[in-house]
Design a protein around this ligand. Structure first.
Ligand SMILES: [Zn+2]
Length: 574
């Protein structure tokens, strides 16, 4: 157990002191050694006082002060006076009563996608095609002539007609440059005629690719929207971003993340090339947060992981020990694999990306490599196939500390929910997906299936670990939106009254745990981060309002004042 005022002295200073005291009488030498070590340590110690620090440490949930050493490791938490006494001469930061929580960890995001999204036209939340065109025109002003105009975030369910758009919609405004726009869930793309013409495939006819769909008119001509695997016919023709643009994108994404209080991100799908870029950033001290990188799919990154073993950068800011796998698509584009037909499209049960035996084979490979598996599963069939596969591959090892996880676990058959805890599988869920999907989820699923959809409360009560995230840039980065969605199941305008399927709400503190300690656990990092305790890293966030008595509707008013990693302020930048 760690003591209340655990002190970790500086090793080299203590050794010098020991040499000096060798010539002293025993009693005097002990006193001198103690003072010398304490004074030397205090000079490098930072003391944060006059704060309301929510530690997420159950034995001591709220304290007013904490101290950390030059390496950013927490030395002690408790009463300010006691810590001042212990660390005389420490650099002191007084917060004027402000609220502190452990650094927020997004257990599922996509940094490079976020960075490139920040470099693209943002179409999120546009409520009509006219608004889309306005935003695109504003963005296109900075682009070279003829260059691809890229955008993302459109969602036809927000428009009055609620129907998929067409290439002709774009051609009317952008006849001279290819345009390619990703849907908000990343599972469909919308192109103009020039973008379609760039494809090397003959897109017309009556064929469909496996795992995807080309929307076509009665004559077999593509109308402009491509779903899931069909997107590649266009995406493959988009010129790849240069290394400079990639680095710029990463820099933008990191700045965006720390601005919203994130001190950690589980990056759900990283290629070897991306890992190399992250590594360069880590080497040059340009990673302001911790990245838990997941190798993207059963590809070269998993092979490298299998060959090299777990990767960990000496800075503690970057690790890779996980593989991200995919069993199905998303609900919005009806790509999620369901056990029964979509309620709003009889005959369609969505798509499995791999047949169960093939998927199990990949799970076995990951298991043999000692990799953590994080499997994307949205539909109830997708979740069942993953749970079945994990059960067979883990076997007796299901009781071990494998921390395999299902990403999204969005629609789960009620009988499958207890299997998460039974198999030790972590539910990695995104509260804002529920509040984005709630307007149409019942149409897709019908009322009965909603019982196991976005079912955070059921999942938690079944004993599963609930790691929370946003899936940015599918949703906004800001974890305050996730905390609000979790505690209210309402959108930012307070709709619907009382919350959508209110029985599945979490309390604010439960949601906070999902974005801190349980997210850390999902990344094998709970001994280092996730709560504020002696021996852990001084990763924390200063918030604008006290959390006690904060009405759920007011969670949205929380603002991040500053973000700290390893005891250094990373936002606002110094
Ligand atoms: Zn994702």
């Amino acid at each position: 157990m760690r003591g209340l005022l655990l002190s970790r002295g500086c090793g080299t200073v203590a050794a010098t002191a020991i040499n000096r005291v060798r010539r002293m009488p025993l009693r005097a030498s002990l006193v001198f050694l103690g003072l010398a070590a304490a004074a030397a340590a205090s000079a490098e110690t930072t003391l944060l006082v006059d704060a309301r620090i929510h530690t997420l440490d159950e034995s001591r949930p709220l304290v007013e002060a904490m101290a950390w050493d030059a390496e950013g490791r927490l030395l002690a938490l408790g009463e300010a006076e006691a810590l001042r006494e212990q660390y005389r001469g420490a650099r002191e930061i007084a917060l004027g009563g402000q609220t502190v929580v452990p650094g927020l960890i997004d257990a599922h995001g996509h940094l490079m996608n976020l960075g490139h999204a920040l470099l693209r036209a943002n179409l999120m939340g546009a409520t009509s095609k006219a608004e889309i065109m306005e935003r695109l025109k504003a963005h296109a002003r900075d682009l070279p002539q003829g260059a691809w105009l890229l955008g993302r975030g459109w969602d036809q369910t927000l428009w009055p007609e609620a129907e998929f758009p067409t290439a002709a919609d774009l051609d009317a405004h952008f006849p001279d440059r290819p345009v390619w726009l990703e849907r908000v869930d990343g599972h469909a793309g919308w192109g103009n005629s020039l973008a379609l013409a760039a494809s090397k495939r003959e897109l017309s006819g009556d064929w469909q690719p496996e795992g995807g769909r080309i929307l076509r008119d009665a004559a077999g001509q593509p109308t402009g929207v491509f779903i899931d695997s069909a997107e590649r016919f266009i995406v493959e023709e988009i010129p790849a971003p240069s290394a400079e643009v990639d680095a710029l994108a990463l820099e933008r994404a990191l700045a965006e993340a720390v601005k919203f209080g994130l001190t950690g991100v589980h990056d759900a799908g990283v290629s070897l090339k991306q890992l190399a870029l992250y590594r360069r950033f880590a080497d040059s001290g340009r990673l302001p947060l911790r990245i838990h990188a997941m190798a993207n799919g059963d590809a070269e990154a998993l092979d490298a992981l299998c060959a090299m073993g777990h990767y960990r950068h000496p800075s503690g800011r970057l690790q890779m020990r996980t593989v991200k796998l995919y069993i199905d698509g998303a609900l919005g584009s009806r790509g999620a694999a369901l056990l029964a037909d979509y309620s709003d499209e009889p005959g369609n049960r969505g798509l499995l990306f791999a047949e169960p035996p093939a998927f199990e084979k990949i799970l076995r490979k990951a298991h043999d490599c000692g990799a953590q598996v994080a499997a994307h599963a949205i539909g109830d069939r997708g979740n069942r196939v993953v749970l079945d596969g994990m059960q067979r591959v883990l076997g007796e090892a299901a009781a071990s500390d494998h921390r395999w996880r299902i990403e999204h676990a969005q629609v789960v058959a009620l009988s499958d929910i207890p299997r998460f805890a039974q198999l030790g599988v972590i539910a990695s869920m995104q509260p804002t997906h529920a509040t984005s999907d709630m307007r149409w989820a019942q149409a897709r699923l019908g009322e009965d299936r909603l019982a196991g959809a976005y079912a955070w409360r059921r999942m938690k009560e079944s004993g599963a670990v609930l790691a929370l995230g946003s899936d940015f840039p599918v949703e906004a980065v800001d974890p305050v939106l996730g905390l609000h969605a979790a505690a209210t199941r309402q959108d930012a305008r307070g709709w619907p009254e009382g919350g959508w399927i209110a029985s599945q709400k979490l309390s604010l503190m439960e949601a906070l745990r999902g974005f801190t300690l349980d997210a850390a656990r999902a990344g094998f990092a709970e001994t280092e981060v996730g709560s504020l305790e002696p021996g852990k890293r001084a990763d924390f966030v200063v918030l604008s309002r006290p959390l006690e008595d904060l009405a759920p509707a007011d969670i949205l008013d929380l603002r991040v004042q500053s973000t700290w990693v390893d005891g250094e302020r990373v936002y606002p930048a110094r």
